[in-house]
Design a protein around this ligand. Structure first.
Ligand code: NI
Length: 557
């Protein structure tokens, strides 16, 4: 499996790969960046502690090599939102492990609920620092699970890696939701007129060197002494802010109000100095300017209702931050503060056996509208497959070259667009060969794919293509754009007929077709589709399909 992370997404059974914005309704502001707490600064000991509104992260859409695309299905009637990462590759396994755990936990929880349709899981990735080939990557997870408001019982014990006692009710569903006709109360739960949504927030960060292929859990960069010092520092800050009464006051109160029978630590007197840092902190970021941001786990230093809180620690004196870190942490901090520009993250291939892929294909060009189409595809970061008429390619080699340069696959649509089976085998061969030659002369790779005009093919053609090491490419979604000549109709047809694995047929010689492309891309991406070339759609190596016909990802014969 090339992309282990994506398995996590499917394990949830139901998912929506979201953009980078948090749609959380529980955050104090509706900012596009996850926000927690209020901003204030206090000087404690030698270090400044600042409560952050925003944990200092950057949307991944600004990072090369990342994708995050929405996808939505409907397991248990509950919306699940996850976000995919396919680069850097070293992150896939650890991220999968964590998102798997979140998804499993959520699935188990909502499986026991009378009204699971109110439940949601949303995971939002962000970049938390970068320099050179070092990248800090964080995922925020927010689970909302409905529980009858009248029930005092805590949520079921979870397998979460951080303290997971139930949070306070943050939202109240409408009575109509609670009275859903399909909802049958479970034996342990009393039917109520109200359902509240309990919110659980978790986060985890990793730091990767994508050139070396290494990745570490951000928490391992704190030394044991550093964890103790940090939790004491933040506790002191909270006391000075009046958020908690004393070092153990609020935490003890929190434990009392949210004790889970399966959590042995929750009932104990809370002493930050004794805590394992991995329980108090969800994640640690190392800034480009040397500061340290810690995400404090929900329900640890502050009561449950506060969610995750984040604090930025900046140093007042030399060595203030460094002495909180392990030697590896200090080395990474040096790298992140080096001022080096973020290197380009190598893209990893899309695994269409996991993601929902579609291939846009454009026939009969290049033509007068091809440049506009290429601009659109560049802006949308979408790669397509172009089947060129040889004589048109020969008359506009610069456009052919541009198609190839910009990452599209350039393929063969015959020299003069005849119905190939009507030709003698010699003429048929010449139609293919001259076009291959024109494409190669323009500077594009020699085509491995041939689309016969009108989809007309016979045994002679397939045998010829087999000998040439080429596959025939047909389609299974025909937009009829050459006939429609109508932008809205082209959009509707493409979007309605698209399905995972589809090869979509369009023609870039018609302005209405080219104009339809931006919205086709937007609408299908919002449904979770990833646009790929035909070779990517069928697994990369098309030479194995020489002499065969590719109709779609799943229909090759
Ligand atoms: Ni054609």
């Amino acid at each position: 499996m090339r992309n282990r992370l994506t398995g996590a997404l499917f394990l949830a059974g139901s998912l929506m790969l979201a953009g980078c914005t948090s749609s959380s309704g529980t955050n104090p502001s509706e900012s596009a960046t996850p926000t927690w707490g209020t901003s204030s600064t206090a000087s404690s000991s030698s270090l400044h502690v600042e409560t952050l509104d925003t944990p200092g992260t950057t949307a991944l859409e600004n990072s090369p090599g990342f994708i995050d695309l929405p996808r939505q299905t409907d397991a248990f009637g509950a919306p699940v939102t996850l976000t995919g990462v396919r680069a850097p590759e070293a992150l896939h396994a650890p991220v999968q492990e964590w998102t798997d755990a979140q998804a499993e936990l959520f699935t188990a929880e909502i499986g026991q609920l009378p009204t699971p349709s109110d439940a949601s899981l949303e995971m939002t990735p962000s970049r938390c620092g970068a320099a050179g080939s070092i990248l800090c990557y964080v995922i925020y997870s927010q689970t909302k699970v409905p529980h009858p408001a009248a029930s005092p019982e805590p949520a079921a014990p979870t397998i979460s890696t951080s303290p997971s006692a139930p949070s306070h009710p943050t939202e109240t569903a409408t009575p109509a939701d609670a009275a859903h006709p399909d909802a049958s109360p479970s034996p342990s739960q009393t039917p109520t007129s109200q359902v509240s949504l309990e919110t659980r927030e978790e986060a985890k960060a990793w730091i990767t060197d994508f050139e070396k292929g290494t990745v570490v859990d951000s928490l391992t960069l704190l030394s044991d002494e550093g964890r103790d010092a940090l939790s004491a520092l933040i506790t002191e800050h909270l006391v000075s802010e009046g958020k908690i009464d004393s070092h153990d006051g609020a935490a003890a109160e929190s434990a009392d109000s949210s004790a889970s029978p399966a959590d042995p630590t929750a009932s104990e007197e809370h002493d930050p100095a004794q805590d394992n840092g991995s329980e108090i902190f969800d994640a640690v970021f190392l800034d480009e300017d040397g500061a340290l941001t810690v995400l404090v786990s929900q329900g640890t230093l502050l009561p449950e209702g506060e969610g995750i809180t984040s604090y930025r620690i900046s140093e007042e004196r030399e060595g203030g931050i460094a002495e909180l870190l392990t030697p590896d942490g200090a080395t990474l901090r040096d790298a992140l503060t080096s001022g080096a520009e973020l290197a380009s993250i190598p893209e990893t291939p899309v695994d269409c056996s996991v993601f929902s892929c579609v291939a846009l294909t454009f026939d009969d060009g290049p033509g007068p509208y091809t440049a506009e189409l290429l601009d659109t595809l560049k802006e949308k970061d979408v790669k397509a497959t172009f089947f060129l008429v040889g004589r048109s390619a020969a008359s506009d080699p610069a456009m052919v070259s541009r198609e190839a340069q910009e990452g599209h696959v350039v393929a063969n649509h015959s020299w003069s667009h005849p119905s190939l089976p009507t030709l003698s085998s010699g003429t048929m061969a010449a139609e293919i060969e001259q076009t291959d030659q024109a494409i190669e002369d323009a500077g594009a790779p020699r085509p491995l794919l041939v689309r016969p005009p009108y989809g007309d093919k016979n045994a002679t053609l397939l045998s010829l293509l087999g000998q040439r090491g080429q596959a025939a490419v047909l389609w299974d979604v025909d937009t009829m754009d050459w006939k429609n000549r109508n932008v809205s109709k082209n959009i509707e047809t493409a979007v309605e007929k698209a399905h995972p694995g589809a090869i979509i047929l369009m023609h870039d010689i018609h302005p209405e077709s080219v104009e339809a492309v931006p919205e086709i891309i937007d609408r299908l991406e919002s449904q979770g589709y990833i646009f790929v070339t035909v070779p990517e759609l069928v697994g990369g190596d098309v030479s194995q399909y020489a002499g065969m016909s590719i109709y779609s990802q799943h229909n090759i014969r």
